[in-house]
Design a protein around this ligand. Structure first.
Ligand code: HEM
Length: 134
């Protein structure tokens, strides 16, 4: 299975991947919880699923997705999310992906997801360094 097939599978199962994500993330990084007070985690789960869709390799969408991820970074900076929390976020995401895919998960897919999310976070951090707005 490759990254594109993985994202297609995730999107086809609505929010099954992301529903348990935040619980896991808070177990790993309890300090992240304070940032989510007053935030509806079910809505958040839908938002994260859509953002993962933007990571899917899609040449026609590349420019738009990069702009989106920079804007997303600026929004995260504005609500005070420290960069240090991103490593735990990535580790939690990989753990959730592994559980989601079960027997279809392998090192190749793990590698593709790791580099895709690292690239996405790099673009989000550009939105920390400079402000991007729509
Ligand atoms: C690859 C990394 C990440 C992605 C793809 C991502 C994705 C998203 C998306 C799509 C939204 C919804 C934005 C909107 O309402 O327009 C969001 C909001 C939010 N994210 Fe993230 N996120 C990431 C990392 C993090 C980290 C590390 C934290 C740490 C606490 C975090 C905390 C939040 C919070 C608190 C909100 C709600 C902000 C608000 O609406 O006031 N995110 N994220």
């Amino acid at each position: 299975m490759n990254l594109r097939e993985s994202v297609d599978r995730i999107l086809s199962e609505r929010t099954r991947l992301t529903d348990r994500f935040y619980q896991r993330f808070f177990e790993r990084c309890p300090e992240a919880r304070e940032h989510f007070s007053g935030i509806d985690l079910q809505v958040q789960s839908v938002m994260l699923t859509m953002a993962l869709g933007a990571i899917r390799e899609h040449p026609e969408m590349k420019g738009a997705c990069s702009s989106y991820l920079r804007v997303l970074g600026t929004r995260h900076k504005r609500v005070g999310i420290p960069r240090e929390l991103y490593a735990g976020f990535l580790a939690t995401l990989l753990e959730s992906l592994q559980e989601f895919h079960g027997a279809d998960w392998d090192e190749g897919l793990a590698g593709q997801w790791t580099s895709a999310v690292r690239d996405a976070v790099q673009l989000m951090f550009e939105g920390y360094d400079d402000s991007f707005h729509v």
